[in-house]
Each structure stands twice: as structure tokens, then as C-alpha cells.
Write a protein that binds this ligand. Structure first.
Ligand SMILES: NC(=O)c1ccc[n+]([C@@H]2O[C@H](COP(=O)([O-])OP(=O)(O)OC[C@H]3O[C@@H](n4cnc5c(N)ncnc54)[C@H](OP(=O)(O)O)[C@@H]3O)[C@@H](O)[C@H]2O)c1
Length: 264
């Protein structure tokens, strides 16, 4: 009997990662759930085991610590049924790079960039050998827009787009797919962090808010079609088209400098 496909999701304890877990369990994937908050992972694992006939492994790890990323990488490399890696763990930081505590900025590059690179490197040889699999790197619409605050957030997410694009080229013909998932504002725990004490969702028009489930659903649908960049929601597809168009990009950058400076 062929084993069920396994998906490993980082940052599975809430938000978009948890939404991926629900969708992937419903489609018959065994799961390995990675994050720091073990009680949240255990609660989600219990819920998923009760609702679907899948195996769910809770794998607590702090991805800002290289030795803990290595433990996850070893688990990935040993997983012969690995079908999908979702590099989703992430967080935001407010304030200017040159004023913010250096440690938090370095942690961000460790979680968004280094952990993603290390885990992807561990996952790919097995996927290529089996001639199937997928890697989803959770980036952001912000990756298309340099801004005067949150420099490291934008830069690390832009790295994920470039990294995914390079991998896609390398992996042509191997049966393995790669995606950079670029959501806009999504209702999750992201903006509830102490980093954003003054953030109010209601300050932004309702049409800008995506649900975590919609983001996960669009991402998995686009992965099936082999689309490298997934931008969930028509409103954000239009925004990204404006941000990347050679005629409209200068205007969009001017608008963002003028109006978004202190927004998040
Ligand atoms: N929400 C948005 O508007 C939005 C928009 C674009 C992109 N994104 C991206 O979407 C991804 C998921 O975020 P979300 O919106 O779902 O926010 P969220 O609800 O706050 O989830 C973030 C997840 O990342 C995990 N995480 C953070 N630091 C970690 C670390 N050091 N080690 C291991 N896990 C860590 C958290 O788990 P623990 O705290 O339990 O470790 C949590 O499961 C992020 O990469 C974010 O940049 C979000």
C-alpha cells in the first residue's frame, strides 16, 4: 500500500499555517506541524485527527535557532512520503531598520530566509528522486513594494520570490513544483503581535482583508497548475499588476512613500 502523502508546515500554530493544515488534512495528507507554541499545535493536531483519518505529528521548534532548524531539516530528509513543504513561519517588525534592535532584524532573516533555505535544501533531494512534490514559500504582496518602514520584512520576502523563481527554473522537468505565495492583508494573529500596538483592522477597507482559508485554498489551487507566483484575491492581483508594471510602478512607489509611511 502506498503511504499517504505527508506535508510539513512551519508556523502551523495559527493563521495561514493552520489554514493549510485544515485543507491538507481534508485532502488526505499526513501532517508534521512545526511552531513554538506546543499547546496550540497539540490542540490543532487533536482537532485534525478527530475530523480526518490522517496522522498528525507535532514538532515544536523555534526557527530563529539554527540548531532547531537543523532538527526539522533532519526530519524532512528522513520523510519518505514527503509531498509538500510549506515554509510559512514568519512575523513582522515595526519601525526603522537603523533604529530597531538588531537582534529582531537578524531573527527575521533567520526565520524567513535561512530556515526556508535550509528546510528546502533538506526536502528537495527526496522529492526530486521521487519525481514529485511541492514547496510553498509564504512571501507577501509587500515583497513588491519597498517602503520606509519594515525594511527587513520587505527584503526577506523579496528574497523568497527570487529564491522560488530560481528553484522553479532548476526544477523544470523534475516533477517538483515551487510557489511564492504573496498574500495581502489576511486576518490572522500577525497584526495582533505587540509589535503593532496601534494597529486596527478597521482602519483598512473591508475589501482588503482576506481570510486565511482563502489564502491557503488559492495557493493549493495555483500549485496544482504550476503557477510560480500566487497572489490570492482579485484586488491584490490588480495591485501587484500596478506595482510591477513599468509605467505604473513609479507612481505606486510614490503613493506608498506618501501614504503608507506610518500605516503598519
Ligand atoms: N497576515 C497577513 O496580513 C500576512 C500578509 C502577507 C504575508 N503574511 C505571511 O504569512 C505567514 C504566516 O503569518 P500569519 O499571517 O498566519 O500570522 P500568525 O497567525 O501570527 O502566524 C505566524 C506563524 O509563524 C510562527 N512563527 C513565528 N516565529 C516563529 C519562530 N521563531 N519559530 C517557529 N515558528 C514561528 C508562529 O508560531 P509560534 O508563535 O507558535 O512559534 C505562527 O504559527 C508569515 O510568513 C507572514 O509574513 C501574512
Amino acid at each position: 500500500m502506498t503511504p499517504r502523502p505527508t506535508a510539513l508546515i512551519t508556523g502551523a500554530s495559527s493563521g495561514i499555517g493552520a489554514a493549510f493544515a485544515h485543507r491538507l488534512a481534508a485532502s488526505g495528507h499526513d501532517l508534521i506541524l512545526v511552531a513554538r507554541r506546543v499547546e496550540k499545535l497539540n490542540a490543532l493536531a487533536g482537532e485534525l485527527r478527530a475530523a480526518h483519518t490522517v496522522a498528525v505529528e507535532v514538532f515544536p521548534a523555534d526557527l530563529s535557532r539554527p540548531e532547531e532548524v537543523q532538527r526539522v531539516a533532519d526530519r524532512l530528509a528522513a520523510c519518505e512520503s514527503l509531498a509538500l513543504l510549506v515554509n510559512n513561519a514568519g512575523f513582522g517588525k515595526s519601525g526603522k531598520f537603523w533604529q530597531a534592535e538588531a537582534r529582531g532584524q537578524l531573527e527575521m532573516s533567520q526565520v524567513h530566509v535561512m530556515a526556508t533555505v535550509q528546510l528546502t535544501r533538506a526536502a528537495l533531494p527526496g522529492m526530486v528522486a521521487r519525481r514529485q512534490g511541492g514547496v510553498i514559500n509564504v512571501s507577501s504582496v509587500a515583497s513588491f513594494l519597498p517602503r520606509s518602514s519594515g525594511t527587513m520584512y520587505h527584503a526577506t520576502k523579496a528574497f523568497l520570490n527570487a529564491f522560488s523563481a530560481g528553484l522553479e527554473l532548476e526544477l523544470q522537468g523534475t516533477g517538483v513544483r515551487v510557489q511564492a505565495l504573496c498574500p495581502g492583508f489576511t486576518v490572522t494573529g500577525f497584526h495582533d503581535s505587540p509589535e503593532y500596538p496601534n494597529f486596527r483592522r478597521s482602519k483598512y477597507p473591508a475589501f482588503l482583508w482576506l481570510s486565511a482559508d482563502q489564502v491557503a485554498a488559492d495557493s493549493l489551487a495555483d500549485l496544482k497548475h504550476g503557477r510560480l507566483i500566487c497572489v490570492p484575491g482579485r484586488q491584490y492581483q490588480v495591485l501587484v499588476a500596478l506595482l510591477t508594471g513599468c509605467l505604473t510602478r513609479p507612481l505606486m512607489i510614490w503613493i506608498s512613500r506618501r501614504f503608507l509611511r506610518r500605516s503598519v
